[in-house]
Write a protein that binds this ligand. Structure first.
Ligand SMILES: [Zn+2]
Length: 134
């Protein structure tokens, strides 16, 4: 079992949204801004395919995305391990889940937010869906 602090720090370092909705670069997280989506960015989102993603995250709306309020699933164990900094287990790899989560974000492309660093987020007020592009 990896200590929670270690998980937070590791994930923070790769720019994932962490506690209180602010990521490592200080950008606003999914709970923050409500600006209109950039049309060019929306096109980019709609053109994404699931094999271009490292992972997805689905969890409670407005909560920390470290995995304590939801779950991360990876497209590929090797790529995922490299990005996360420690081994991604086989049960954390779920391509169907990655595909489905990307589909949900794309379905709501106009409401989705680009968080920078290849991170897309859609929050429906109950759950948030995050996609991490390679
Ligand atoms: Zn957390």
């Amino acid at each position: 079992m990896i200590p929670v602090d270690y998980v937070h720090n590791t994930i923070d370092n790769i720019g994932v949204v962490v506690h209180d909705g602010v990521n490592a670069q200080g950008a606003r997280g999914p709970t923050g801004d409500t600006e209109m989506a950039d049309p060019k960015k929306v096109e980019e989102l709609l053109a994404l395919t699931s094999d271009q993603l490292v992972s997805v995250y689905v969890g409670k709306s407005g909560r920390c995305a470290c995995g304590c309020s939801g779950k991360h699933r990876y497209w590929d164990a090797e790529e995922g391990s490299k990005r996360r900094g420690y081994a991604v287990d086989a049960d954390e790899v779920n391509r169907g889940y990655v595909r489905q989560t990307l589909g949900t974000i794309q379905l709501h492309a106009e409401q989705a937010e680009y968080e920078g660093h290849g991170i897309w987020c859609y929050d429906d007020g109950k759950k948030m869906y995050v996609a991490y592009v390679r």
